[in-house]
Design a binder for this molecule. Structure first.
Ligand code: SF4
Length: 215
């Protein structure tokens, strides 16, 4: 029997985050998440979805004139078959990004996949779920992201960056919690923290209505 995954949505849009922001990108959003961040903007992915085989997913994304694919969620790695999907995308010559929440193992993720690891700050109320041992499975072109809700989150993230030497090993992204922390407040903090972190906004929320799905 063919491997199936529960898929919340597949769509083609502009990559809104990471150092690949602004590029056309196909998104495959997997259903389910093991976390419950209090600012979550994709709660609709916690349960809703359709069972799709990997060949059905591949034939759906072939329609789009694009070779960059992001596998996201929810938490994509919560479904064990996610690794098989990632392998198939690589075999089919896609450039693959994986957005994951920093709580699940990465050792089975193919080396070619660009991992964006979103470690959870205290204001998310999910900080205790972070598994820092997964840093050992990241490579130079992977990215570590902190979604910052307040000054406590910012100071906490700076401490983590220093203690794990994150900016020496990876690109580190600081993104404000949308509608909670003002962009200019976060940029002021970044300008004086003396670390080479990168501010990022969620571009898609500025192009389209922030609540619009499928973009
Ligand atoms: S990890 Fe992502 S999808 Fe899951 S609760 Fe947090 S923000 Fe929502």
């Amino acid at each position: 029997m063919e491997t199936k995954l529960k898929i919340n949505e597949i769509f083609y849009s502009i990559q809104g985050e990471s150092t690949h922001a602004g590029k056309p990108c196909i998104f495959i959003r997997l259903t389910y998440c093991n976390l419950r961040c209090n600012y979550c903007d994709t709660e609709y992915a916690f349960h809703e979805g359709t069972d799709m085989s990997i060949s059905e997913i591949l034939s759906k994304i072939k329609k789009y004139p694009c070779t960059l694919v992001e596998v996201t969620g929810g938490e994509p790695l919560f479904q064990n078959n996610c690794v098989q999907l990632l392998q198939s995308l690589i075999l089919n010559r896609y450039k693959v990004m994986l957005e994951t929440g920093g709580s699940l193992p990465l050792h089975d993720v193919p080396a070619e996949v660009i991992k964006i690891v979103d470690f959870k700050c205290p204001s998310s109320k999910m900080e205790k779920k972070n598994d820092w041992s997964i840093l050992a499975d990241l490579k130079k072109n992977d990215e570590v992201k902190f979604v910052i809700g307040d000054k406590e989150d910012f100071d906490w993230a700076v401490d983590k960056i220093i203690s794990h030497q994150l900016t020496e090993k990876f690109t580190v992204l600081f993104s404000p919690v949308f509608n909670r922390l003002k962009y200019d407040t976060l940029t002021d903090w970044i300008l004086y923290c003396n670390l080479p972190v990168r501010f990022q906004a969620q571009i898609h929320k500025h192009i389209w209505n922030p609540n619009k799905k499928g973009v």
